[in-house]
Unconditional design. Sequence first.
Length: 417
Amino acid sequence: MAFQKPKGTQDFLPGTVEIWQTVEQKAREMCRRFNYKEIRTPIFESTELFERGVGETTDVVEKEMYTFSDKGNRSMTLRPEGTAGAVRSYVENKLYGDPDVTKLYYIGPMFRYERPQAGRYRQFHQFGVEALGAVDPSLDAEIISLGYHFMKEIGLSGVLVEINSVGNADSRAAYRQTLLDFLTPMKETLCKDCQSRMERNPLRVLDCKVDQEKFGDAPSILDSLDEECATHFEKVKQLLSAMGVEYRINHRLVRGLDYYTHTAFEYKAQGIGAIDTVGGGGRYNGLVASIGGPDQPGIGFGLGMERIALLLEHQGISCNEQAPLDVYLVGLGEQAEDEVAKLLNQLRVAGIAAEKDYQGRKMKAQMKSAERMQARFAAILGEDEWSRGEIALKQLSTGEQRMVKLDELIQTIQQSS
Ligand code: HAM
């Protein structure tokens, strides 16, 4: 029986992978402009990091982690998200010692054991950013704007930002009680997860996928914010408007991970099947301390790359143009073979994208390959040409052909681009 890829994973083949390259290149370029530096952390970390960082009452930790014991009997987990690992690295490498704000980004695979559907996979990829070391609301606005303008610049339209404030510990304690007063009368009608979360972490109840429609009249967390939280939220909104970021307030947005404080946000768009979230993030002022670091605040986002690719497709935006091949070397006759191999290498080393036939095919088949690969030129080396130190150079778009000295081939191709 032939092998198949694991459920919930994807192969990205040539022809599709170019979309990913374009999106990744734009992400890197955007991060350069916003002054975020790349960080690469391990794909697996100790399970406890995610339990403590992401939170034990979240769906991610309760149901979705790929956890295994390694041969040393340590519990390890394939990273379900990027923030916990980036923050672990920030603490371990004492990046907080830098007098400036630490601004990081990453692009890479994440793993969640979820039920696969359009836009939801078990191995997926995130472009994420994290800024650590400042509570300034301008950093919140900067991060939200980065993601928003990134999606605009790759050509997506109709992306909207939803924002909320989940406050600080005091505001949340006040809200917890108000929310419990609302939830208690309906407790018996809620799912088992909700009932258990009501006791352990009532805010998480609002995140339930099963009982969502029962929470339409839930009290707003924004009414429980203390002055500090309310001022921070006002400032973020003001700055977003000034930056031209289209947003709307969603007071029920709690996000699926436990580390959030103050600003929480999501990027929404239609066109990813039943899913409408492209990415999300928020502040996490207690996370660094909760995993054993100093009391340093942070904020970031994670964007789902598969969802971005689906949106690009849905909106008919194609970015899978491959850089064309410069030249296809057509070799004729046994004597020319070695010369073709040598010449091909010389062209490539000189920076020219070049290809040849490897299957001993006739001229016609080789010319067809040159066309299929959309080469600009076919360079034909037969034994006669070779003995004269020349090669026939044919421009495939016009059909125009001329003889070029072998030692002038590189220069001729370079000058023609
Ligand atoms: P998250 O909301 O769990 O946040 O994930 C961010 C994005 O990753 C989602 O909006 C979605 O686009 C994508 N995503 C999540 N799960 C899947 C899946 N199973 N299949 C496909 N795409 C998926 C975080 O992960 C936080 N670390 C974001 C953050 C960074 N907050 C602060 N800093």
